[in-house]
Write a protein that binds this ligand. Structure first.
Ligand SMILES: *Cc1c(COP(=O)(O)O)cnc(C)c1O
Ligand SMILES: *[C@@H]1O[C@H](CO)[C@@H](O)[C@H](O)[C@H]1NC(C)=O
Ligand SMILES: *[C@@H]1O[C@H](CO)[C@@H](O)[C@H](O)[C@H]1NC(C)=O
Length: 542
């Protein structure tokens, strides 16, 4: 007890002096506490935001990976492994670069360039009938529609519609291409409101970039949305990511439903006061499945937000497939709520590469696509699309494609590719090791396997000269059927059957194949690292 009686007063003494010491700082506490609270709240808030954006799993994985990389040596190891993958991806392209010119020749080659170009062209792998998508025009370059397009392009190769007073022919072609395309998507029907308008662009990506930009600025002008967000299905094209990165829009990618279509209920959950637009594809690139555009339209309309329908792939097939009697759900301006559409003439429109259309329900929205400049010493300037000068030759090519084919031409081609793709679907169904992903609506057939590595099948097909598209979620590959394939459907099915049998008997990496990389990249939970890997790959290629 001696002990406690001496200690307790001592403790009391200490407490007193600490208290008096602290009380001197009381005013400071009044300041510090709110600050600390504020910062802690901010940290918690941004953590919650990251979890919301990336999901719990990716956040935990991301956090875990950042911690792991702090362990000495681990970051170095990961970087080295990453470099190995990049090297493997590049090994094929690098070796082929030997002898490439890096400077102008001192003396021009004159007409000799044509010979050199012919030589180079001959070294390209055969693409005729062998590539998924890629070349949509049928036949060879020297015959039929192909040579007609080439002639149209060369006739107007020197023109630029920027100079509308000079190249009036091209300006007319352009306006007609836009009007003819709009008419395919209900511009002449009452339900469209009779105000549909648009412009030609350099491709699907530019059409999408413009539709997103116009929607963003339209929603800012009409609803004062200053922190825009948009919601798209997981199956929507990567061009929407590009648009959101370029135009500072927050993007939500929402998983698709069991039918691999846009999940309208799930999309609805992400709508808030900052939402500017949602997207549906008809069909989506991965599985060729049409999203429920009518339901998306209802949703967009009820919330007063924009709905873009991606018809890049389907624009020059679906209107004709419907006329041929295929059951095609509504997908265009006849659907209330659809505010913009993109359609590629350079895919199934059978026009030269570099031609696409962006369309708007009315001028109020399209107005936000244009850029006007009043303070330039170069004069008053107003430009409708991303490019300034543009290739008139391509516009002429698109015009020639559309006019030379007419409705009957497109109908006939649509029948051919729809039938070819049915035959390919049946061929795939005949292979017990494979299954078709979802129910394809058009001319893209995606397939996967539960028993063999589908990417090994892809490598085997590549070794037979085919170029298909590898997909993820689920791991699968697809063929986008074009006129190039119509005559060789049986060859394709035969090669596919053989490839499946070879992989089944002999599972494992194919020499020079990319299956291990696709397989691994799909499994790496740290998507940030896969992202870096892709950028490193591209950066090191040139
Ligand atoms: C091809 C495609 C795009 C992008 O078009 P590009 O012409 O390659 O820029 C966008 N959406 C879908 C559905 C597509 O198939
Ligand atoms: C875009 O539309 C505007 C208005 O109709 C027109 O003046 C312009 O020439 C068009 N440009 C293109 C690239 O289609
Ligand atoms: C628009 O929103 C901003 C930021 O949310 C706000 O400061 C501004 O007052 C709003 N303007 C109008 C016209 O409502």
């Amino acid at each position: 007890m001696e002990y406690s009686s001496s200690v307790i007063p001592m403790i009391n003494e200490i407490r007193k002096s600490v208290n008096s010491f602290l009380s001197g700082f009381e005013p400071l506490f009044v300041l510090v506490v709110p600050f600390v609270t504020f910062f802690v709240a901010r940290i918690v808030q941004s953590f919650v935001q990251v979890v919301q954006e990336k999901g719990v799993k990716s956040t935990v994985v991301g956090f875990f990976m950042s911690c792991v990389k702090l362990v000495p040596g681990v970051k170095k190891y990961i970087d080295a492994e990453k470099q190995k993958v990049v090297d493997k991806l590049q090994s094929s392209s690098k070796s082929k670069r030997d002898g490439w010119r890096t400077e102008l020749p001192k003396t021009g080659l004159g007409g000799g360039v044509i010979e050199q170009m012919k030589d180079e062209k001959q070294k390209d792998p055969a693409w005729q009938g062998k590539c998924s998508g890629t070349v949509y025009i049928g036949g060879s370059e020297s015959e039929g529609h192909f040579s007609l397009i080439n002639e149209a392009c060369s006739m107007f190769a020197h023109t630029n519609p920027l100079h509308l007073d000079v190249f009036r022919s091209v300006v007319r072609f352009e306006a007609e291409v836009v009007a003819m395309t709009a008419a395919l998507f209900g511009s002449k029907e009452k339900a469209s409101g009779g105000q549909v308008c648009g412009n030609m662009t350099s491709g699907g990506t530019e059409s999408i970039l413009l539709a997103v930009k116009s929607s963003r600025d339209y929603m800012k002008a009409t609803k004062n949305i200053t922190c825009p967000e948009m919601i798209i299905p997981e199956s929507a094209h990567s061009a929407y990511d590009k648009a959101c990165q370029y135009f500072k829009i927050k993007l939500w990618r929402v998983p698709v439903n069991k039918e691999f279509q846009a999940d309208v209920k799930a999309i609805k959950k992400y709508i808030n006061k900052n939402t500017i637009m949602i997207v549906g594809s008809a069909p989506g690139f991965p599985h060729g499945i049409i999203d429920p555009i009518e339901e998306l339209g209802e949703l967009a309309f009820s919330y007063g937000i924009c709905l873009h329908v991606d018809l890049c792939l389907g624009g020059f097939v679906l209107p004709f497939a419907r006329k041929l009697g295929y059951s095609i759900p509504p997908f265009d301006f006849s659907v209330q709520g659809v505010t913009s559409i993109s359609a590629d003439v350079h895919k199934y429109g059978l026009a030269p590469k570099g031609t696409s259309i962006v369309l708007y329900r009315n001028h109020e929205i399209r107005k936000h696509q244009f850029v006007a400049v009043t303070e330039w010493s170069g004069g008053l300037y107003v430009s409708p699309t991303i490019a300034g000068s543009r290739p008139g030759g391509l516009i002429a090519g698109a015009w020639a494609a559309m006019l030379s084919l007419g409705q009957e031409g497109y109908l006939e081609h649509t029948r051919d590719i729809m039938e070819a793709s049915k035959r390919i679907q049946n061929g795939v169904k005949d292979i017990p090791e494979l299954y078709i992903v979802g129910r394809p609506d058009m001319t893209i057939v995606a397939f996967a396997s539960n028993v063999i590595d589908i990417f090994e099948v892809n490598d085997m097909l590549s070794s037979k000269g085919w170029h298909l598209n590898p997909l993820q979620r689920p791991n699968s590959i697809h063929i986008c059927v074009t006129l190039q394939h119509v005559p060789i459907v049986d060859d394709f099915v035969k090669d596919l059957k053989e490839s499946v049998q070879i992989v089944k008997k002999n599972p494992g990496p194919v020499d020079g194949g990319l299956a291990p990389i696709y397989g691994a990249a799909g499994k790496i939970p740290d998507r940030g690292m896969v992202n870096e890997l892709l950028v490193d790959y591209m950066d090191n290629t040139c």
